[in-house]
Design a protein around this ligand. Structure first.
Ligand SMILES: [Zn+2]
Length: 447
């Protein structure tokens, strides 16, 4: 005989409760970490003649396009155009969300530097709140990963600043790249400290196109200007071990851990390889339920490169799958201006590998987890393209803090299949369907 099991009434969080929790956490993160956020939007240059909405509402609209993980301006319009949604949103944040076209008109004429400076101000606030203190490398340095990523590609020239490339069969594509400096932590935070757009200068020779190397010089100047006393350790990939970068780091009093590819800095690597037998080594074994990992660390100090001495760090990793016994070996080599010793070798090599976080938690998250980094929010204006990009960075910072709050971590633990994207969908549903009973303590009162 069959025995039917009745489902016990679930003690787990309901869909509506989940939506409400996410919404409340977003408001809480803004109130706690960025109390002046909405107010600061009103200080941006307003070039409009007619003012149906305040600058705060316009810029907050752009910000919430990304906080709510709307995938396009149209998706944003559909949600924010709903009457119930508007009422509920106002109850939570005390602002009205304008139509996407109204936002776009403003973002096309607002100088992108204004939003970049605002973003840096917000990040400085987080640093002052000591959010990243416990993640500092050697108890002192903030690990800043530097890397470039594509923002958009176009078949036709999109604006005068477009970069271009011609394929083998003569097809020209136009694209935009941005060089990012992100504060990264072992726990996966990836916070945009500064962004430098890699752009074509109108009228300049095609062969002299801007590139990541040139953009790094400008990016470094910007970071030094806005974070003059911040103890920084730059993490960068195999494109970066060169004298220009070493000089910049020395001048700015920055530490660096930079990936060495087999062919880069040949004289430096040859000397390191000659002395390798004498290098101090340390082996570590780490295991979890599925894999066992052997890490073999080695280092050498005082290796000369063009009149200066740096340290060489190597980590040979072998990951063994416990079940299948398959082995995956990998080798990581770094050049650093940190004198390495037996105490700091593991932390130094492991911090070098943190650079990878900018690709994973930074760029991939922004491309694939609802932020649509590559979606063409603006097809015509270079200013707007950059401004949407900055709003995406600020939204991503806010959402990372929301995702790490205890309430959200607890929901994620309830069910192994629970995803962040699903929680955000529940929030949109909550805003659209329910009559929020929220007694408002608004972070911003218009007027
Ligand atoms: Zn363009």
């Amino acid at each position: 005989m069959h025995q039917f099991l009745l489902r016990e009434p679930s003690k787990k969080t309901t869909a509506a409760e989940k939506g409400k929790i996410i919404l409340s956490r977003i408001r809480k993160v803004i109130q706690t970490h960025f109390p002046e956020l909405f107010k600061s939007f009103n200080n941006l240059t307003d070039r409009r003649k007619r003012e149906e909405y305040s600058m705060t509402e316009i810029i907050a609209g752009a910000l919430f396009m990304f906080i709510l993980k709307e995938t396009s301006r149209n998706a944003y319009n559909n949600d924010s155009g709903d009457e119930q949604f508007q009422k509920n949103f106002f109850k939570y944040f005390g602002i009205r969300l304008p139509h996407a076209d109204t936002i776009d008109d403003v973002l096309r004429v607002l100088h992108p530097e204004e939003l970049e400076v605002l973003k840096m101000h917000l990040v400085r606030g987080l640093i002052e709140q000591k959010i990243f203190r416990k993640f500092r490398f050697l108890g002192k340095f903030y690990t800043i990963a530097v890397d470039a990523t594509g923002m958009a590609t176009f078949e036709q020239r999109h604006c005068e600043q477009c970069l271009s490339k011609t394929s083998k069969n003569g097809v020209v594509t136009y694209f935009h790249y941005v060089l990012e400096a992100k504060l990264v932590t072992l726990t996966g935070l990836s916070i945009s400290l500064a962004s430098e757009f890699i752009e074509n200068t109108p009228g300049r020779d095609f062969k002299k196109q801007d590139c990541e190397q040139k953009a790094f010089v400008r990016l470094a100047t910007k970071i030094k200007k806005h974070f003059p006393r911040l103890p920084i350790c730059i993490l960068a990939d195999g494109l970066y071990p060169n004298n220009t970068v070493f000089n910049i780091c020395e001048k700015n009093n920055w530490k660096f851990i930079i990936t060495l590819k087999d062919k880069s800095l040949k004289t430096f690597q040859t000397e390191a390889n000659l002395l390798k037998a004498t290098a101090w080594k340390k082996n570590v074994y780490r295991a979890d339920t599925t894999t066992g990992t052997t890490l073999e660390y080695a280092y050498l100090n005082d290796i000369e490169y063009m009149g200066r001495c740096f340290s060489w760090v190597e980590c040979n990793e072998t990951v063994v799958n416990i079940k299948s016994k398959t082995k995956v070996p990998q080798r990581f080599v770094y050049i650093t201006n940190i004198p390495v010793d037996q105490q700091n070798i593991i932390e130094t090599a492991d911090s070098g590998r943190l650079r990878w976080k900018i690709e994973n938690e930074g760029f991939n998250a922004q491309k694939n987890w609802g932020y649509e980094l590559e979606h063409k929010f603006s097809r015509v204006s270079y200013f707007a393209l950059q401004n949407y990009y900055q709003m995406l960075q600020i939204a991503h910072i806010i959402n990372q803090l929301v995702e790490r709050s205890n309430a959200v971590v607890e929901i994620m633990k309830e069910h192994s299949k629970q995803t962040i994207v699903d929680l955000w969908k529940k929030m949109i549903a909550y805003l659209t369907i329910y009559q929020c009973d929220e007694s408002i303590t608004m972070p911003y009162q218009p007027g």
